[in-house]
Ligand binder design. Structure first.
Ligand code: SF4
Length: 172
């Protein structure tokens, strides 16, 4: 039996800062980068049960067309290098959503020598979705929060950690 779709409300009273912000908030193109089991809970969003297209979300094929990079699962330093390359290819403004406990803390792999413990130390994560794995409902709530923020003019976090990344990833 299908789970009941979440009753998510699109922002009504959030201030709109310009037509550009409004249009951007209603047309997120998402590039997915899933390395772990979190992928399973994101899939229902694409289908008719949760129907992400009603929020203006589309899956992007290339980084150059994407507004949002969704990273799900554990990230190793070897993988981090590829994620950074993808992030650099995305046009501004760009946003990152991290899915699951693994990108936050290392999750199940917290004591591994080559797993990133906090992804935000290396690239700017705008939204965290907790859980192992998170259910589809919090993914929807995160999307609504993102729509709210972008509609009011949020342009994403600034990236300030380039030197640290080079130090960490040069050996891989
Ligand atoms: S947070 Fe849990 S479900 Fe997601 S990749 Fe890590 S171990 Fe898998």
């Amino acid at each position: 039996m299908l789970a009941k779709p979440p009753q998510l409300k699109m922002p009504g009273k959030t201030p709109i800062r310009g037509v550009g912000s409004w249009a951007r908030s209603r047309s997120f193109w998402i590039l997915n980068y899933f390395t772990g089991c979190c992928f399973i809970e994101a899939v229902p969003w694409v289908g008719s049960g949760y129907d992400m297209e009603r929020f203006g979300l589309l899956v992007a094929d290339t980084p150059r067309h994407a507004d949002v990079l969704m990273i799900g699962g554990y990230v190793t330093f070897k993988t981090l290098k590829r994620i950074i390359r993808i992030y650099q290819q995305m046009p501004k403004p760009k946003y990152i959503i991290a899915l699951g406990n693994c990108p936050m803390t290392g999750g199940t792999y917290w004591d591994s020598y080559n797993t990133v413990k906090c992804l935000d130390d290396y690239i700017p994560v705008d939204i965290w979705i907790a859980g192992c794995p998170p259910r589809p409902e919090p993914i929807g709530l995160a999307v609504v929060e993102a729509v709210n923020a972008v509609q009011s003019g949020y342009l994403g976090k600034t990236w300030r950690t380039k030197r640290r990344i080079e130090e960490k990833t040069n050996k891989y």
